[in-house]
Design a protein around this ligand. Structure first.
Ligand code: 2Q2
Length: 322
């Protein structure tokens, strides 16, 4: 390392070739699934601005919305292999790190205050540590998410009314287990394929926070928002662990600080956005249904607890006690 550092310093002498390396330019490609109006995207642009300012233009975070850098699972794989650098991700990480399943447990967290207690406190630290060691992805901060709601072309008030609904879920094993137990037919699928699949009738419904429902125009192919509010969770802003380890200590500090600022920025936008989402979706023709959340919780919780790996249960109990 010392030798490499010495070589880099020599190359940095003015007049030498290879300016990209010599000036220590860092390009970080950040891909995510939300559209360019989404508050996560706007917060990522803020992150890029902050990183640029703090590094005098040396650190260039390039943000790719709408899965243009790849689907969520592909970007995570890319980060492990070194072909992508950053993303916004959460419970999908349970495919590598079992503790990430704790972001997907229905009716465990039920408010943004509880979300912060879990995500920013000792429980969150344990989840983060496992994500770093097993998924080789490093959470640097997190954004808020609204509760997940079930959309369909019919009102669904109780689990009985699911009645075999063909439901798209993300690639999250807990979601598959829970919706099966509730009486739906869940199919894992990437976010970017959902609109077309709803349109051509391959699936009947999907579940997501209102911001993603609006951003992906699901109102054009779904008439009802069934207010199940089944999962309240945060979502990580994460960097490839191998990329992180390759950054200088000074650059790590800059990137970490830019993420901290983006996290605060996102919270302000998120709170504002949440106020208008329901009215926006109603204006676009969606009908909101007050689903029986107690009935959903009664069936969903035991299924989720059953599907969470044994090693994650002690933390799950702590979350449920908050
Ligand atoms: O429906 C989606 O694809 C998103 O809301 C996902 O739930 C979310 O991206 C998780 O997969 C996070 O890992």
């Amino acid at each position: 390392r010392t030798l490499i550092a010495a070589t880099a310093a020599a190359l940095a002498a003015p007049g030498l070739a290879s300016p990209g390396f010599a000036q220590g330019r860092v390009t970080l490609r950040l891909g995510h699934l939300a559209n360019d109006q989404n508050v996560w995207h706007r917060a990522c642009l803020h992150l890029a601005e902050q990183a640029r300012a703090l590094s005098n233009g040396r650190i260039d975070v390039q943000v790719f919305p709408n899965e243009t850098l790849g689907r969520e699972m592909d970007v995570i794989n890319g980060m492990q292999l070194g072909t992508a650098d950053m993303t916004i991700t959460g419970e999908s990480l349970q495919n590598w790190a079992p503790l990430a399943s704790l972001l997907a447990v229905p009716y465990a967290v039920t408010s943004i205050q509880q979300m912060d207690v879990v995500a920013a406190g000792p429980i969150g630290q344990q989840i983060n540590a496992e994500i770093v060691s097993r998924a080789r992805v490093r959470p640097l901060g997190y954004f808020a998410r609204g509760p997940r709601n079930l959309t369909a072309n019919r009102a669904i008030r109780t689990p009985e009314e699911l009645n075999g609904l063909r439901l798209r879920v993300p690639n999250v094993p807990v979601f598959v287990a829970v919706w099966q137990a509730l009486g739906a037919r869940p199919t894992p699928m990437a976010f970017g394929e959902v609109f077309t699949s709803l349109q051509n009738g391959t699936i009947d419904g999907q579940e997501n926070p209102l911001a993603l429902i609006r951003g992906a125009n699901f109102n054009e192919v779904q008439r009802f928002v069934n207010r199940t509010e089944h999962v309240w969770s945060w979502i990580y802003v994460a960097i490839s662990e191998r990329r992180w380890q390759g950054l200088s200590a000074a650059d790590r500090d800059i990137v970490a600080e830019a993420v901290r600022r983006a996290q605060a920025f996102e919270r302000t936008l998120f709170v504002e956005d949440e106020r208008s989402l329901e009215a926006d979706l109603k204006a676009k023709g969606m009908t909101f249904v007050d689903s029986d959340q107690a009935a959903f919780a009664a069936r969903a919780r035991p299924a989720a607890i059953g599907s969470v790996r044994a090693e994650a249960r002690p933390l799950l109990e702590q979350i449920m006690a908050i």
